[in-house]
Every structure is written in C-alpha cells, then in structure tokens.
Design a protein. Structure first.
Ligand SMILES: Nc1ncnc2c1ncn2[C@@H]1O[C@H](COP(=O)(O)OP(=O)(O)OP(=O)(O)O)[C@@H](O)[C@H]1O
Ligand SMILES: [Mg+2]
Length: 746
C-alpha cells in the first residue's frame, strides 16, 4: 500500500491504528491533516463503508481537498464520505430530522445580516434603546449563549450571563433572545449557531435519532480540534459514545476562536472522556523552511499558556523573514503588489501559491486596488463579499422566499423591490395583522382579501400571485430555470438593466454572474439534486467565493480564514500596534496570547518565505493616524529577520533614520519609533481595577504602557481622567472608562 510510504513512523502509527479514541496535538505543518486524510483512506481500503465515516473540517474548501486526495487513493466510492464543516454536515442532518423539532425541512439559514435585522425589529418593537442594544452586540450575546448550550428558557436563570448583561447595562438581553428565538422559529429559520444548538437538542431529546446516527457514523474524525466549541464538542461526544472510534487532531498554539466560544478546554476534557485514549506526537514539520519554523517557535514561546511540544524540520534554512516598512497604507499596498510581481516573474512562484494575510477584512481594499494596477489577479477567500452585495442579496431573497414563504427577512426585502407601491406602512400593517391573528406573514399575504380591501389588497394580491407562479416553477424546473424565470418575472433584471450608470451596470453584471453560478450548479453532472432548495443550501454555507477562472489568482484573506492552508509566499500586512495585535485585544494577557497565536498561524502558513509589512501612517476611522510597528515583529528572534525599506515611500515620517540596512539598526533608532514591548515586572494576571478605586499616588499597570504612577485625577464632562507618569513611555492622560488599569501598589 504505497500511501503508507508517504508517512513517517508516528504518522503511520496514527493511520494504521484504526479503532478507539485517538488524539494528535502537534505543531503547524507536522502532517495532522495528512494523517486524517490517509487514515480515512486506510479505513476505506480496509472495508469500512465511506458513508459510515464522518469527517469534520474547518472550511468546506479543506474538506473538498481532503476528499479529492482520498478519491486519488481509494477511488470514487470515497465520494460517499460524510465530510464538511460542522455547520454544513449538521444542517444536512437537521433537514432530515426537522419535523422532530417542529421545523419544516426547507428551513432557511439566516446569515448574520438576517439575524441582525430580526434583532433590530425586536429592539424596536420592545421600545428598547437601539444605541445600547446594538444588533451585533445582542447577537454576539445570543450566540455565546447558544454555543454554551444555554437556551432562551434557561438564559434568564443563568447567573453568569445575566450578571454580565447587567454589568454592561443591558439587562434586557434575555427578553430579546426569547423573542428572537420565537421569531426565527415562526419564520422556519435557523441562524448559524442554531445549526449546532438544535443538533444538540435533537440528540438530547430524541434518543432514537441519536441512536441512528451513532450507528451510522462508526468513525468520527475532527480536524482543527482546538477550535471546537462546547456545542460542537458535545455533538461529537454523543455521536462517538457508542463506537468510541473518534480521532481528533489539532494544535493548541493555533487556537484562535476563543472569542467565538472555541474552547481549549476540550483538549483537556478529551483525555478525561476517553481514558483509553491513544495520544500520538508529531514533531517534524514538512511544510516550511528552518527559518520559518524557528521564527514561529520563537514567537509562540512568549505565550505562557501552552502545551509542551517541540517541532523541527529537515527542510533547508531558506531566506530570512523580510520586514518591509512604508510611509503609508497605500504605499504598503503598492510595495506588496510589486513584491508579488517580482515573486511571480523572477522567483517563478505560481500565483496560486501566494497569499496576503490581514487581521481585519477592511484592509483588503487598498491591496485589491494596488494589485489591479499591476494586473495581478486576486481572489478574496472566505469573504462573503460577492454575496453581500445588495443586488445579490435581493435576488437571493426572492429565491429564499419562493422556497420558504415563511421567511420574514426575505419577505421584507422583496415585498416592495422592485417598487410596486407597497410602502413601509402597508408592510407594517401586514405584520400587525399577522401578529394579531397569530399567523405567519405569508398566511396573511396569500389570503389578503380576508384581511384587507381596496388598493392595498390589489397590490398585495398581485405580489402573492406572482410568488405562487414562481413556486409552481420550482416543482418542475431546475434551479437555473427557476432563477432566470424569477429574475425576469420579478422585474429585478429589467430594473438593473435600465440603470445605465457605471454602478448600475456593475450591479447588472453581478446579477448575471449570480445566474451564471446557478447555471454552473444546474449543469454540474455530479449533482443529483438540481433543485433551487439544494442550491440555496449550498450557497448559504459558502465560505469561499472562488470562481472558475481564478486558477492564476493570488489569494487574499483574513488570518482567521487561513488556518490549515499553506502557500509558498505569505505576506502578512498591517503589522502595527493596535491593528495587529488588534486594539480590542490588548486588555488582558489571554487576549494578547490569542493574538499571538494568530500571528503564529499566519507565519506557519508559508512554505518558502514570509514578508511582514507595516506603514507609518494609515487611514483609519476616517482619518490619517500614525502607527508604530507591531510588538510581534520585535518578538521574532533577530537572526531570522531582514529589514527592507519600501523604495516607493520617500517620506518615512517622524522617527525616520535614513540609511539603516537591517532590522537591528532600526531597532536602535534614536527616537521612540520602535517601542519595545513593555514587559511587566512580575507575572500577576492582569485584572483591571475599578475606575472609582483609583486615586493619586497609586502605582498602576497598563497592558501597553507598562507600570506608572497616578499623578492627577480630573474630571471633564462625564469623563474621569487620570494623568499617569509611566516609567517607560512618560506621562499620558487616560480616560478611565476606556483605559484598563490595574492597581499594583496603593
Ligand atoms: N511524511 C510526510 N512526507 C512528506 N510530506 C509530508 C509528510 N507529512 C506531511 N507532509 C506535507 O507537509 C505539509 C503540511 O502537512 P499538513 O497540512 O497535514 O500539516 P498540519 O499539521 O495539518 O498543519 P496545520 O497545523 O497548519 O493544519 C503538507 O504539504 C503535507 O503534504
Ligand atoms: Mg491541518
């Protein structure tokens, strides 16, 4: 069996030990995903049916790639594997079992925009302060409740949640949660978190169903195990309870979703849950050069919380990590584009093997523009950018509403678009009528004469008839035929066609592009079910907007999305304090450690070369601000770094020391241009003190500025301020509501 030859001894041991619980916690690039892939192939080669194997990955792209490789080894039968992200696999199961939970199997999956829109509605109807109960804040509380398996029924009694809400001045979240859940249910819709939450409910309440899937999934495999949350962990624990054939692989140093409830604790629990656990260590990195492996190790060493493990590589030493500084964010983007051009032309790197990684999505725009100017094709991976565009959302709303007329969010989008004289007041009246009669919106709309007369009734009736015609189409025709019919019949296509402005043309093109995509779906011979509902299912879970002709494009993505992937060259951009590490993540040691793990993930994506870039000035929050290089650059052991100045930038701004040739001399620049990360003197955990406890004379600690003495406290309007004289950075005035300070000496 030649696939076993491509494995080192511990990898092979992991693959051939087919049964029983197994855990592999090992560094980046050590072959964890490869082991999972070959293990699945090995199971199939040994007679296990592919449909008895469940394999959970972090992105759909990852699972597609795994499947392709397995097909290469064992042939086409591998196509029957159950493989995908947690969300896609359990959405599929929930559709089969929807009736057990009182849903219909054609339920809609709300993305976060839909969810926020529902929340906005609830906040408005409950007459709550919408500045306080911002949709994304509320949604994130609801999400964290669901991911910790706290239902709306138990939320109110849950002290942790309630006390935190009260502390944040938002005591009514539990009421919003309840109403939100009711509205989603009434609309036959689930949000992303519901997909996991409801699976847990399903397995908890219906033992026969659980039993069926326990029997079905004789083997369970999980990649990126460090980022599973409690909800996901319970699902897999239940599924594996019978056969106990569960194999998980991951790397605690790459845990980067703590903010979304991912829980490193799962790794620790796993050992308790399976005392017979087989643990396998992988220590050799096959992905990256020695320089990259060592540099990454030198960074992650700064984290206290990590499991003991070591990594080495037998790959070549390779080039140093190149640090490029620029005068501004625009120049940074230009420098990156130029460097990429060189990489492609001179170093003969395939564009597909080049990635630009950034901390926040909004950084992509300048880069995209600079790349276009040099005619370098780029695709954004993981962004929903295309599907977030208004015309696309409108069209999809039609498709969704036709498939599931209970979907209120879709209804709101389509009822008066294109304009058909049904204004917000009428729409509101329709909803009121629905609520009064405890009916769904479609029940009212499709029987409008029972509730309204006159002009309203005629217009709404026309709309309802149109939808009914569309619905009839869905029964006989494939997704593309129905979608084209709807695009024309609804008037959307004409509406966009008639807008001859450049933006209008662009929107028209986008809509055409969407239809192209649907046609591709309908023409795909490997798809058995070409119905509209199945198409919607696929795109609701899309994590990548790759298109066919993108084979010679480089990839842009957030670091979060890059997990598990690998590229020859990686450009990590925006290496600046307050951007990376992110401003929001500087409050506690835990947060900073999570940022550092994110940096570790970024570096370890590269096989051949890493570039780190930063700008001295950046346009943020609507104005030009000065930036300092990220402390993470400083944390890489110096022998792995070389410093380049971006030749595009003439004006390097304040602190410029002309003529330096490497990073070391930059570090010794006479100004405070690079500030060393201020290290606290002792190792107490950082727990911010209350602002009102602070008084003159206290010695306090700040996560970024280090230790200092409070010299003055003043009040200006509602803001209490403190002047603090810091040992390392001098005097600063801080607003106490924002600054987190810990009193270390009275
Ligand atoms: N024994 C081996 N021989 C040759 N190449 C290997 C071997 N093991 C792994 N590789 C290669 O090394 C690279 C990294 O492997 P893989 O992606 O499985 O690592 P990983 O541990 O999953 O990394 P990450 O933590 O980033 O997800 C891949 O290109 C893989 O094909
Ligand atoms: Mg992997």
């Amino acid at each position: 069996m030649d696939y076993l030859e491509g494995l080192n001894p511990p990898q092979r041991e992991a693959v051939v030990n087919m049964e029983g619980p197994m855990m592999i916690i090992a560094g980046a690039g050590s072959g964890k995903t490869r082991v999972l892939t070959y293990k699945i192939a090995h199971l199939i080669a040994n007679g296990i049916e592919p449909f008895n194997i469940l394999s959970l990955t972090f992105t759909n792209k990852a699972s597609r790639e795994m499947k392709e490789r397995i097909v290469d080894v064992v042939g086409d039968e591998a196509k029957n594997l159950w493989m995908g992200t947690f969300h896609s696999v359990f959405a599929k199961i929930l559709r089969f079992e929807a009736d057990k939970l009182g849903y219909q199997s054609n339920f809609t999956i709300y993305d976060s925009e839909d969810a926020k829109s529902v929340i906005k509605g609830v906040v408005k109807d409950y007459k709550l302060d919408d500045k306080l109960y911002k949709p994304n804040v509320v949604l994130s509380r609801i999400s964290s409740a669901k991911n910790n398996l706290i239902s709306w029924r138990s939320y109110e009694a849950n002290n942790d949640m309630r006390l935190e809400d009260e502390a944040q001045g938002r005591p009514k979240i539990f009421e919003i949660y309840k109403e939100y859940a009711i509205r989603c249910f009434r609309a036959n819709a689930m949000d992303f978190d519901d997909l996991l939450f409801n699976t847990n409910v399903l397995f908890h309440q219906h033992l026969d169903v659980l039993n069926k899937y326990q029997h079905k999934f004789k083997f369970v495999m999980i990649d990126e195990f460090q980022d599973t949350n409690i909800s996901q962990y319970y699902i897999t624990r239940k599924l594996a309870a019978k056969n106990r054939n569960i194999c998980v692989v991951g790397d605690d140093a790459q845990s980067i979703y703590a903010f979304r409830g991912a829980n490193i604790q799962n790794i620790l629990n796993f050992e308790k849950d399976y005392p017979e656990l087989k643990v396998i260590k992988l220590e050799q990195n096959y992905r990256s050069t020695q320089t990259i492996v060592e540099a990454a190790n030198s960074v992650i060493k700064h984290n206290k919380n990590q499991l003991e493990k070591s990594t080495f590589t037998q790959n070549g030493i390779g080039d140093r990590i190149e640090v490029i500084r620029s005068g501004s964010d625009l120049d940074e983007a230009k420098a990156v584009a130029q460097s990429i051009q060189t990489a492609i032309m001179r170093d003969r790197i395939n564009p597909q093997d080049i990635a630009i990684l950034y901390r926040t999505n909004s950084q992509s725009r300048a880069l995209e523009e600079a790349l276009v100017k040099l005619s370098i094709k780029a695709q954004i991976f993981g962004g929903l950018s295309f599907y977030q565009r208004k015309e696309i959302k409108d069209m999809i709303a039609y498709l969704k509403f036709v498939t599931n007329p209970k979907d209120e969010e879709a209804f709101k989008r389509v009822i008066n678009y294109p304009k058909r004289g049904i204004g917000p007041t009428t729409v509101n009246n329709l909803f009121v009528k629905a609520a009064e009669n405890k009916l769904g919106i479609w029940d009212v709309v499709s029987n409008i004469r029972r509730f309204f007369g006159g002009r309203i009734a005629t217009q709404v009736e026309n709309f309802a008839n149109m939808i009914k015609v569309f619905q009839m189409q869905t029964e006989q025709k494939n997704a593309f035929e129905v979608a084209s019919f709807i695009a024309k019949g609804s008037g959307i296509l004409r509406e966009l066609y008639e807008d001859k402005s450049p933006e209008g043309k662009n929107r028209y093109d986008n809509l055409q592009e969407l239809l192209n995509g649907i046609q591709g779906f309908a023409d795909d011979p490997s798809k058995e079910d070409k119905k509209l509902g199945t198409y919607l299912e696929e795109i609701s879970l899309i994590t990548s907007s790759e298109k066919e002709d993108m084979s010679d494009a480089i990839t842009l993505m957030t670091i979060h999305m890059s997990k598990g992937l690998e590229f020859d060259y990686c450009y990590i951009v925006g290496m600046e304090e307050n951007l990376f590490p992110s401003q929001m993540m500087l409050e506690t040691r835990e947060d900073l450690e999570e940022e550092r793990r994110l940096f570790y993930v970024a570096i370890t994506r590269a096989k051949i070369k890493v570039f780190l870039t930063y700008a001295l000035q950046r346009y943020r929050f609507g104005k030009q601000i000065s930036c300092e290089p990220s402390r993470f650059i400083d944390e890489i052991a110096p022998q792995y770094i070389s410093m380049k100045r971006n030749s595009i930038s003439d004006d390097l701004g304040p602190g410029n020391t002309p003529g330096f040739s490497n990073y070391r001399s930059l570090r010794q620049a006479p100004s405070n241009f690079i500030k060393k990360a201020v290290k606290p003197k002792d190792d107490r955990p950082f727990v911010p003190s209350k602002a009102e406890d602070l008084s003159v004379g206290h010695i306090v600690r700040h996560m970024k500025f280090g230790d200092g003495k409070v010299v003055k406290i003043s009040e200006e309007g509602l803001d209490k301020r403190a002047d603090i004289s810091f040992e390392e950075v001098g005097k600063k005035t801080l607003i106490l509501t924002f600054a987190k300070l810990m009193i270390i000496e009275d």
